[in-house]
Design a protein around this ligand. Structure first.
Ligand SMILES: [Cu+2]
Length: 120
């Protein structure tokens, strides 16, 4: 295949891919509070924000503390549907906290990710 044909095919494939992309994509984390890799005071709540509305029953997160134990949190999808939020009742001890999230958006794909923040 010569270059021109190959290029034309690539463009056609790309166009087809774009046209086939559904309006609703899978959930991606957009930001978090405390932010990923941040260092700060113990937060009053932990929030994970997504680019798409996520399914309340199929989305959540777990937070592991510096002692390796999972915090007793109850993450809920907020009214906007775009955010998971869990209240932190007791101040968190200093150390690194790892947040592991999972979220399902309207396209039905289960997405996961993790990040850490540090409490001073
Ligand atoms: Cu998807």
């Amino acid at each position: 295949m010569n270059f021109i044909k190959c290029f034309a095919l690539s463009v056609a494939l790309l166009a087809g891919t774009l046209a086939a992309t559904p309006v609703l994509a899978h959930a991606k984390m957009q930001m978090a509070m405390p932010a990923a890799n941040s260092v700060g005071a113990s937060p009053k709540s932990i929030m994970v924000h997504f680019n798409e509305k996520v399914a309340a029953k199929l989305s959540g997160f777990e937070v592991t503390g510096p002692d390796g134990k999972t915090l007793a949190l109850n993450p809920q999808v907020d009214k906007s549907g775009l955010m998971l939020i869990a209240k932190v009742d007791k101040p968190l001890a200093p150390g690194v906290y790892k947040v592991k999230w999972h979220a399902v958006a309207a396209d039905g794909h289960r997405m996961t990710g993790d990040y850490s923040f540090t409490v001073k």
